[in-house]
Ligand binder design. Structure first.
Ligand SMILES: *[C@@H]1O[C@H](CO)[C@@H](O)[C@H](O)[C@H]1NC(C)=O
Ligand SMILES: *[C@@H]1O[C@H](CO)[C@@H](O)[C@H](O)[C@H]1NC(C)=O
Ligand SMILES: *[C@@H]1O[C@H](CO)[C@@H](O)[C@H](O)[C@H]1NC(C)=O
Length: 227
Protein backbone atom coordinates (compact mmCIF):
# COMPACT_ATOMS: atom_id res chain seq x y z
CA UNK A 1 0.00 0.00 0.00
CA UNK A 2 1.19 3.52 -0.69
CA UNK A 3 1.73 6.01 2.11
CA UNK A 4 -1.35 7.96 3.23
CA UNK A 5 -1.77 11.19 1.32
CA UNK A 6 -0.94 14.50 2.90
CA UNK A 7 -3.75 16.97 3.36
CA UNK A 8 -3.68 20.33 1.61
CA UNK A 9 -5.97 23.21 2.53
CA UNK A 10 -6.97 25.30 -0.47
CA UNK A 11 -8.11 28.79 0.49
CA UNK A 12 -10.60 30.46 -1.85
CA UNK A 13 -12.18 33.88 -2.07
CA UNK A 14 -15.96 34.04 -2.14
CA UNK A 15 -16.09 37.67 -3.25
CA UNK A 16 -17.91 38.34 -6.53
CA UNK A 17 -14.57 39.14 -8.17
CA UNK A 18 -13.89 35.45 -7.71
CA UNK A 19 -11.12 32.93 -8.27
CA UNK A 20 -9.33 32.63 -11.62
CA UNK A 21 -10.79 29.56 -13.35
CA UNK A 22 -7.58 28.73 -15.19
CA UNK A 23 -5.27 29.07 -12.18
CA UNK A 24 -7.74 27.07 -10.10
CA UNK A 25 -7.93 24.14 -12.51
CA UNK A 26 -4.16 23.95 -12.84
CA UNK A 27 -3.57 24.23 -9.10
CA UNK A 28 -6.33 21.80 -8.19
CA UNK A 29 -5.45 19.19 -10.82
CA UNK A 30 -1.77 19.16 -10.01
CA UNK A 31 -2.20 19.33 -6.25
CA UNK A 32 -4.86 16.62 -6.16
CA UNK A 33 -2.44 14.09 -7.62
CA UNK A 34 -0.25 14.52 -4.54
CA UNK A 35 -2.59 15.66 -1.78
CA UNK A 36 -6.02 15.10 -0.49
CA UNK A 37 -7.57 18.56 -0.86
CA UNK A 38 -9.98 20.45 1.35
CA UNK A 39 -11.47 23.73 0.13
CA UNK A 40 -12.22 26.58 2.53
CA UNK A 41 -13.75 30.03 2.03
CA UNK A 42 -15.07 32.82 4.28
CA UNK A 43 -18.10 31.33 6.12
CA UNK A 44 -18.01 28.43 3.63
CA UNK A 45 -19.70 30.63 1.04
CA UNK A 46 -19.91 29.69 -2.62
CA UNK A 47 -17.00 30.44 -4.90
CA UNK A 48 -17.24 32.21 -8.26
CA UNK A 49 -14.76 30.86 -10.82
CA UNK A 50 -14.17 33.74 -13.20
CA UNK A 51 -12.99 33.93 -16.80
CA UNK A 52 -14.32 30.51 -17.71
CA UNK A 53 -14.16 29.50 -21.33
CA UNK A 54 -15.85 26.73 -23.30
CA UNK A 55 -13.17 24.20 -22.42
CA UNK A 56 -13.05 24.68 -18.70
CA UNK A 57 -16.81 25.22 -18.29
CA UNK A 58 -17.24 21.48 -18.79
CA UNK A 59 -14.57 20.80 -16.17
CA UNK A 60 -16.43 22.99 -13.66
CA UNK A 61 -19.78 21.36 -14.39
CA UNK A 62 -18.32 18.00 -13.49
CA UNK A 63 -16.36 19.39 -10.55
CA UNK A 64 -19.40 21.08 -9.04
CA UNK A 65 -21.29 17.79 -8.97
CA UNK A 66 -18.85 16.43 -6.36
CA UNK A 67 -19.50 17.03 -2.67
CA UNK A 68 -15.83 17.91 -2.19
CA UNK A 69 -16.33 21.06 -4.31
CA UNK A 70 -18.19 22.71 -1.42
CA UNK A 71 -15.84 24.80 0.73
CA UNK A 72 -15.90 24.65 4.51
CA UNK A 73 -15.83 27.81 6.65
CA UNK A 74 -12.50 29.13 7.96
CA UNK A 75 -13.97 28.93 11.48
CA UNK A 76 -14.24 25.15 11.20
CA UNK A 77 -10.73 24.51 9.80
CA UNK A 78 -8.51 22.39 12.04
CA UNK A 79 -5.15 23.72 10.81
CA UNK A 80 -3.16 20.94 12.49
CA UNK A 81 -4.66 18.48 10.00
CA UNK A 82 -3.00 20.07 6.97
CA UNK A 83 0.55 19.82 5.66
CA UNK A 84 0.20 22.55 3.05
CA UNK A 85 -1.75 25.71 2.31
CA UNK A 86 -2.52 26.70 -1.27
CA UNK A 87 -4.09 29.93 -2.53
CA UNK A 88 -4.71 30.12 -6.31
CA UNK A 89 -4.83 33.37 -8.22
CA UNK A 90 -8.04 35.12 -7.11
CA UNK A 91 -9.12 38.63 -8.07
CA UNK A 92 -11.53 38.43 -5.10
CA UNK A 93 -8.79 37.81 -2.51
CA UNK A 94 -8.05 41.49 -2.07
CA UNK A 95 -11.71 42.05 -1.14
CA UNK A 96 -12.58 39.28 1.32
CA UNK A 97 -9.32 37.58 2.31
CA UNK A 98 -6.83 40.45 2.71
CA UNK A 99 -8.25 41.48 6.08
CA UNK A 100 -9.86 38.23 7.23
CA UNK A 101 -9.07 37.53 10.90
CA UNK A 102 -10.04 33.83 10.81
CA UNK A 103 -7.69 33.30 7.87
CA UNK A 104 -4.98 35.14 9.80
CA UNK A 105 -5.21 32.52 12.56
CA UNK A 106 -4.97 29.67 10.08
CA UNK A 107 -1.94 31.13 8.30
CA UNK A 108 -0.25 31.89 11.62
CA UNK A 109 -0.43 28.21 12.44
CA UNK A 110 1.42 27.45 9.20
CA UNK A 111 4.06 30.09 9.94
CA UNK A 112 4.57 28.82 13.48
CA UNK A 113 4.93 25.22 12.30
CA UNK A 114 6.94 26.25 9.20
CA UNK A 115 4.56 24.30 7.00
CA UNK A 116 4.57 25.05 3.25
CA UNK A 117 2.40 27.95 2.06
CA UNK A 118 1.90 28.63 -1.65
CA UNK A 119 0.12 31.78 -2.86
CA UNK A 120 -0.25 32.70 -6.51
CA UNK A 121 -0.86 35.97 -8.38
CA UNK A 122 -3.76 38.02 -7.07
CA UNK A 123 -4.16 35.32 -4.39
CA UNK A 124 -1.02 36.69 -2.70
CA UNK A 125 -3.27 39.50 -1.39
CA UNK A 126 -4.70 36.95 1.06
CA UNK A 127 -1.37 36.98 2.93
CA UNK A 128 -1.96 40.64 3.85
CA UNK A 129 -4.40 39.53 6.57
CA UNK A 130 -1.72 37.88 8.67
CA UNK A 131 -0.73 39.77 11.79
CA UNK A 132 2.07 38.51 14.02
CA UNK A 133 0.79 36.91 17.25
CA UNK A 134 1.63 40.08 19.24
CA UNK A 135 -0.48 42.06 16.76
CA UNK A 136 2.34 44.53 16.17
CA UNK A 137 3.64 43.61 12.74
CA UNK A 138 2.88 41.80 9.55
CA UNK A 139 3.26 38.00 9.70
CA UNK A 140 5.46 37.90 6.56
CA UNK A 141 7.78 40.71 7.56
CA UNK A 142 11.34 39.81 6.40
CA UNK A 143 10.07 37.25 3.84
CA UNK A 144 11.08 37.51 0.19
CA UNK A 145 8.16 37.18 -2.13
CA UNK A 146 6.48 38.13 -5.36
CA UNK A 147 2.90 38.81 -6.42
CA UNK A 148 1.09 40.88 -9.04
CA UNK A 149 3.15 43.95 -9.95
CA UNK A 150 1.64 47.42 -10.02
CA UNK A 151 2.06 47.32 -13.80
CA UNK A 152 0.10 44.08 -14.08
CA UNK A 153 -2.68 45.38 -11.84
CA UNK A 154 -2.83 48.75 -13.59
CA UNK A 155 -4.14 47.01 -16.71
CA UNK A 156 -7.28 45.88 -14.91
CA UNK A 157 -10.41 47.99 -14.82
CA UNK A 158 -10.77 47.81 -11.08
CA UNK A 159 -7.24 49.12 -10.40
CA UNK A 160 -8.42 52.49 -9.07
CA UNK A 161 -10.80 50.83 -6.60
CA UNK A 162 -8.48 48.13 -5.20
CA UNK A 163 -8.41 48.27 -1.39
CA UNK A 164 -4.84 46.93 -1.32
CA UNK A 165 -2.00 47.05 -3.86
CA UNK A 166 -0.01 43.91 -3.08
CA UNK A 167 3.38 45.22 -4.20
CA UNK A 168 3.01 48.38 -2.09
CA UNK A 169 1.66 46.47 0.91
CA UNK A 170 4.61 44.07 0.97
CA UNK A 171 7.15 46.89 0.68
CA UNK A 172 5.38 49.05 3.29
CA UNK A 173 5.18 46.21 5.82
CA UNK A 174 8.76 45.00 5.80
CA UNK A 175 8.61 42.24 3.17
CA UNK A 176 11.08 41.93 0.28
CA UNK A 177 9.12 42.27 -2.94
CA UNK A 178 10.54 41.35 -6.32
CA UNK A 179 8.97 40.71 -9.71
CA UNK A 180 9.80 39.92 -13.29
CA UNK A 181 8.32 41.29 -16.52
CA UNK A 182 4.57 41.46 -16.92
CA UNK A 183 3.02 38.01 -17.42
CA UNK A 184 6.38 36.27 -16.99
CA UNK A 185 6.48 33.00 -15.08
CA UNK A 186 8.15 33.99 -11.82
CA UNK A 187 8.28 32.10 -8.53
CA UNK A 188 10.09 33.05 -5.32
CA UNK A 189 10.78 30.60 -2.52
CA UNK A 190 11.78 31.83 0.92
CA UNK A 191 11.89 29.21 3.68
CA UNK A 192 8.42 27.58 3.64
CA UNK A 193 6.75 30.34 1.59
CA UNK A 194 6.28 29.96 -2.17
CA UNK A 195 4.80 32.85 -4.14
CA UNK A 196 4.02 33.17 -7.84
CA UNK A 197 3.77 36.52 -9.57
CA UNK A 198 0.68 35.83 -11.65
CA UNK A 199 -1.68 33.12 -12.87
CA UNK A 200 0.92 32.05 -15.46
CA UNK A 201 3.16 31.03 -12.56
CA UNK A 202 0.61 28.56 -11.16
CA UNK A 203 2.19 25.31 -12.37
CA UNK A 204 5.70 26.17 -11.31
CA UNK A 205 4.53 27.34 -7.89
CA UNK A 206 2.43 24.23 -7.21
CA UNK A 207 5.21 21.93 -8.45
CA UNK A 208 7.47 23.55 -5.90
CA UNK A 209 4.83 23.02 -3.24
CA UNK A 210 4.60 19.30 -3.90
CA UNK A 211 8.39 18.99 -3.91
CA UNK A 212 8.71 20.92 -0.68
CA UNK A 213 6.13 18.72 1.01
CA UNK A 214 7.82 15.56 -0.24
CA UNK A 215 11.07 16.75 1.37
CA UNK A 216 9.47 18.09 4.49
CA UNK A 217 9.81 15.50 7.20
CA UNK A 218 7.73 17.58 9.59
CA UNK A 219 4.85 17.48 7.17
CA UNK A 220 5.12 13.74 6.64
CA UNK A 221 4.74 13.05 10.34
CA UNK A 222 1.35 14.70 10.21
CA UNK A 223 0.61 13.33 13.65
CA UNK A 224 2.68 16.08 15.28
CA UNK A 225 -0.56 17.47 16.55
CA UNK A 226 -0.20 20.46 18.86
CA UNK A 227 -3.70 20.57 20.26
C1 LIG B 1 2.96 13.67 -7.24
O1 LIG B 1 2.06 12.77 -7.83
C2 LIG B 1 2.51 12.25 -9.08
C3 LIG B 1 1.38 11.43 -9.68
O2 LIG B 1 0.80 10.61 -8.73
C4 LIG B 1 3.78 11.44 -8.85
O3 LIG B 1 4.26 10.92 -10.07
C5 LIG B 1 4.85 12.35 -8.23
O4 LIG B 1 5.98 11.61 -7.91
C6 LIG B 1 4.31 13.02 -6.97
N1 LIG B 1 5.28 14.02 -6.58
C7 LIG B 1 5.78 14.08 -5.35
C8 LIG B 1 6.77 15.16 -5.13
O5 LIG B 1 5.46 13.32 -4.46
C1 LIG C 1 15.06 41.30 -7.87
O1 LIG C 1 15.83 40.14 -8.14
C2 LIG C 1 16.84 40.35 -9.09
C3 LIG C 1 17.48 39.01 -9.40
O2 LIG C 1 17.77 38.29 -8.24
C4 LIG C 1 17.85 41.36 -8.54
O3 LIG C 1 18.87 41.60 -9.48
C5 LIG C 1 17.11 42.64 -8.22
O4 LIG C 1 17.98 43.55 -7.60
C6 LIG C 1 15.94 42.38 -7.31
N1 LIG C 1 15.17 43.62 -7.17
C7 LIG C 1 14.77 44.08 -6.00
C8 LIG C 1 13.98 45.36 -6.04
O5 LIG C 1 15.01 43.53 -4.95
C1 LIG D 1 10.58 25.92 -8.38
O1 LIG D 1 10.73 27.32 -8.48
C2 LIG D 1 11.99 27.73 -9.01
C3 LIG D 1 12.00 29.23 -9.03
O2 LIG D 1 11.95 29.75 -7.75
C4 LIG D 1 12.18 27.17 -10.41
O3 LIG D 1 13.45 27.53 -10.90
C5 LIG D 1 12.01 25.69 -10.40
O4 LIG D 1 12.03 25.20 -11.72
C6 LIG D 1 10.69 25.30 -9.76
N1 LIG D 1 10.60 23.86 -9.67
C7 LIG D 1 9.67 23.18 -10.31
C8 LIG D 1 9.70 21.69 -10.16
O5 LIG D 1 8.80 23.73 -10.97
Amino acid sequence: MSAPRLHCLMVLSSAVEGVSAQSYIQAYTLASSNFSIQLASPHGKNVEYVQQDDNNRRWFNEFRSKASSNPIAFETVDSARYSALLIPSSPGAVHDLASNTELSQIVNHFIREKKPICAIGSGVAALCCVMSPDGKSWGFKTYSMTGPSVFELARTQEFSSLPVIVEDFIKDHGGQYNNSEMDAVHVIIDRHLITGQNAHSTLMAVQNLTLMCAQNKHAVSGSRDMR
